[in-house]
Design a protein around this ligand. Structure first.
Ligand code: NAD
Length: 366
């Protein structure tokens, strides 16, 4: 492998601030590998609306199609909030990107170092060693995409709205494959979340997951939870979980619950993996921080760059197979943060450093 080719879509507000930190760290981490970074930047989100009249211009989509992965910042902000919902930066760029590249698996590591347990709203005695969970969410099926989806006026004068929750066996097996691979790279414990006591799609989900995993990965310890119980367990004893995996809507809610118990959004990365393989025979993926554009701190140079840098590390791991360099970056972040160099969101009253100071410290710890 002589080079890795990816699209850089920084987006709005803190997006470009943390993206330049991530690119600096990537350059440094790859410097001795002999592998070139081949990336091009393009506009997305609010800035793309301002410059090109569209949150996802054709040139940006073309660049992504010609790349092997997308490193995404975040999009949106008060300036664009008065636009009609379907033209809002997030809805008009991220959702079409997910759809266009069939990004069906969303992986969100929920990681809280034990030195940062104060950042979590949970009592410290519940998480004495911090948190380390991986949440996998099916991203292109279920109730968000099922048809019909409509609002109708009824003959009796009432109004009715309808969403359809639908899953195919093949979609469930496809996400189960991702979950097996993830569990194998961790502690081989997989908890599948559904609502099989009420929903037909969940009955199928549970049956397919059970059959598929017992055949394909019998050494994985598989358990099942109803989603309401999973939501409770996540806040009462999060570390009982190794890998959590679930359908689209349940994953939407549980992954946000997991993010909040892990403290700052500035520390959480995510990967959305596609059906297609890139030229390295790895999944094409979109990598982005869990948080948004943080309008309250944008332009001040104080955003935490860790989530964006960790997203870049996930890109190296999943889309380019560069496990050792990804781990090197993750270790440098851990060393920096646990060593006490921290941005304001995780400083707890002690001296906070700027985005660029944080980035320099991470580079030093590589
Ligand atoms: P947000 O995630 O931007 O901010 C929530 C809180 O977390 C804020 O206090 C913010 O300062 C903090 N935060 C987030 N990232 C941080 C970082 N890297 N370092 C330090 N603190 C950080 O959520 P919001 O305020 O609800 O949304 C703001 C804008 O972002 C909205 O326009 C929203 O639509 C957009 N948004 C975009 C994405 C995306 O692009 N994927 C995701 C969520 C929100």
């Amino acid at each position: 492998m002589e080079s890795i080719k990816f699209a850089v879509l920084s987006g709005d507000l803190i997006g470009p601030e943390v993206m330049s930190a991530a690119l600096e760290v990537l350059q440094e981490a790859m410097a001795s590998s002999g592998i070139q970074l081949d990336f091009q930047e393009a506009d997305v989100g609010g800035i793309a609306i301002d410059r090109h009249g569209s949150a996802l211009p054709q040139a940006t989509l073309d660049l992504c199609s010609q790349s092997d992965a997308i490193l995404f910042g975040s999009v949106g902000g008060p300036k664009w909030e008065s636009l009609p919902p379907q033209e809002q930066p997030e809805r008009a760029s991220l959702l079409p990107l997910r759809k266009h590249f069939s990004l069906f698996a969303n992986l969100r590591p929920g990681l809280l170092f034990k030195e940062l347990t104060q950042a979590s709203p949970l009592k410290e005695e519940r998480i004495p060693d911090g948190i380390d969970i991986l949440c996998i969410r099916e991203l292109t099926g279920g109730i968000y995409f099922g048809q019909p989806k409509e609002t109708t006026s009824l003959s009796d004068g009432d109004i009715q709205a309808l969403d359809t929750m639908v899953y195919r066996k093949s979609e469930i097996e496809r996400i189960a494959d991702v979950a097996i691979e993830a569990a194998n790279s961790r502690n081989k414990r997989l908890c599948s979340v559904d609502k099989a006591n009420v929903l037909e799609t969940s009955v199928l989900w549970r049956q397919v997951v059970t059959d598929y995993i017992s055949k394909k990965a019998p050494d994985i310890e598989l358990s099942h939870l109803y989603v309401d119980n999973a939501a409770m367990q996540l806040v009462s004893n999060p570390n009982q979980f190794d890998v959590l995996f679930t359908e689209n809507m349940f994953g939407d809610i549980l992954s946000d619950e997991m993010a909040v118990i892990c403290g700052s959004l500035g520390m959480l990365a995510s990967a959305s993996l596609g059906k297609s393989k890139n030229k390295h025979n790895k999944p094409f993926g979109l990598y982005e921080p869990a948080g948004g554009t943080a309008p309250d701190i944008a332009g001040k140079g104080i955003a935490n760059p860790c989530a964006q840098i960790l997203s870049a590390a996930l890109m190296l791991r999943f889309s380019f197979g560069l496990e050792a360099i990804a781990t090197k970056i993750e270790k440098a972040i851990k060393k920096t943060v646990t060593g006490g160099t921290r941005t304001g969101d995780i400083a707890f009253g002690s001296k906070a450093v700027s985005t660029s100071e944080m980035t320099a410290a991470i580079i030093k710890n590589l």
